[in-house]
Design a binder for this molecule. Structure first.
Ligand code: FES
Length: 127
């Protein structure tokens, strides 16, 4: 069982960071590209979303140990909903269209711990 830190924020947001977590939050972007024409996140500007997130996290001073890490990932097996990204430790799955969506994920979730409900993937969308 993973221990979590107690709620310690005054704004009501939850700090679900495991006690021994190196990062407070970790976001993975699927950048998978399929050459055979099958649906994949790379067809939906996933690289641009990743680049924007990485840049915004760095500019906001959120990058680094104890804070936020932005990582590339291969196929996360939810291709039909792509492009997709997932934030841990909350295990919240997102899709996004443009820089405004990425900026909102960075500001709301990665910085302040508030899930962006409008960008959340329906649980039923898979491959
Ligand atoms: S190609 Fe992105 S989830 Fe499969």
């Amino acid at each position: 069982m993973i221990e979590t830190k107690p709620d310690d924020k005054t704004d009501g947001s939850r700090d679900a960071r495991p006690v021994n977590s190196y990062y407070q939050r970790h976001i993975f972007f699927c950048l998978n590209e399929r050459k055979n024409g099958e649906e994949c996140c790379a067809q939906h500007r996933a690289q641009a979303g990743f680049d924007r997130c990485k840049n915004q996290v760095k500019e906001a001073g959120l990058a680094g140990p104890g804070q936020v890490r932005v990582n590339k990932a291969g196929c996360l097996d939810r291709c039909a909903a792509g492009p997709v990204a997932v934030v841990y430790p909350e295990a919240v799955w997102y899709t996004y269209v443009d820089h405004h969506d990425i900026d909102e994920i960075v500001e709301s979730h990665l910085k302040n711990g508030q899930v962006v409900e409008r960008l959340r993937l329906p649980a039923t969308l898979g491959r």
